[in-house]
Design a protein. Structure first.
Length: 266
């Protein structure tokens, strides 16, 4: 897929009310795409919509990833209105800031419901329509925690590891249908992900972690993801020097462990 082919493509983005999702919406919209903006927060989506380069080429569609009963009617509505869904961006999610031993299982389930089952369910709903199109793209936003575990991220890392297993399998199965799958593993990105992360009691962490505050901008992250898609890459690692840890973990796991255990959880 090249740059000129993005004009007038239909891009459905979950988690579009802030952060990476918002940045991707702005970038795609500025490249001539019609963007469907989804998250639970209608007001936030409407704010994002007004700031788009071409707000007339956008549509606000509130969607709760924990309510799979919403997926079929939402997808049908978009197909009826736009005919195609050329690019699905699975971006919505929630992080964690709690020790595994202190985290009740309902928190693990809540995080998996959003980060894994929500994306898998929506993807499975969209796939039959993508099968009728000449070419489609699925971009799934994982995390560097999808490549290795980290302090206070047990459920979050598990959900992101699960995404890798599902979408790498899907990529192999759907290649014959001209459906391409890109997995993005962002490192530290300056968004509100740490403030919104769940603690063991289910409340929000509330703090803007130093790692996030010193990370790359959401706009830079979005640029790297879209550029990777345009180059038909299978995966991309937006971030700073921290993303080198993925290679260290793969090729020198013992050395990786010595390094990672010295890092700050936040």
């Amino acid at each position: 897929m090249n740059m000129k082919n993005l004009d007038n493509k239909i891009v459905w983005i979950t988690g579009a009310s802030s952060g990476i999702g918002q940045a991707l919406a702005c970038k795609f919209n500025g490249m001539g795409c019609t963007v469907i903006l989804s998250s639970r927060k209608r007001r936030g989506l409407e704010t994002v919509q007004t700031a788009l380069p071409n707000p007339e080429k956008s549509f606000v569609l509130p969607l709760d990833l924990t309510k799979p009963e919403e997926f079929v009617p939402a997808t049908k509505q978009m197909i009826d209105q736009f005919e195609n869904i050329d690019i699905l961006v699975n971006n919505g999610g929630i992080s964690q800031r709690s020790l595994a031993a202190e985290t009740p299982i309902n928190i693990d389930r809540a995080i998996m419901e959003v980060n894994y089952f929500g994306h898998v369910g929506l993807t499975k709903t969209v796939l039959p329509f993508m099968h009728t199109q000449e070419e489609s793209y699925i971009i799934t936003i994982s995390s560097l925690s999808g490549k290795f575990g980290f302090f206070q991220r047990s459920a979050y890392a598990a959900s992101k590891h699960a995404l890798q297993g599902f979408f790498e399998s899907l990529r192999l199965e759907e290649e014959k249908n001209n459906i391409k799958v890109l997995l993005a593993y962002p490192g530290y990105v300056n968004t509100r992900i740490s403030q919104n992360a769940l603690r063991s009691d289910g409340t929000s962490h509330g703090d803007h972690d130093d790692n996030q505050a010193n990370g790359i901008s959401a706009e830079e992250c979005a640029d790297k993801i879209i550029n990777a898609m345009l180059k038909d890459k299978l995966e991309v690692f937006p971030g700073g020097k921290e993303v080198k840890a993925a290679a260290l973990k793969r090729y020198a796991p013992n050395a990786f462990h010595k390094v990672i255990k010295k890092q700050k959880p936040t």
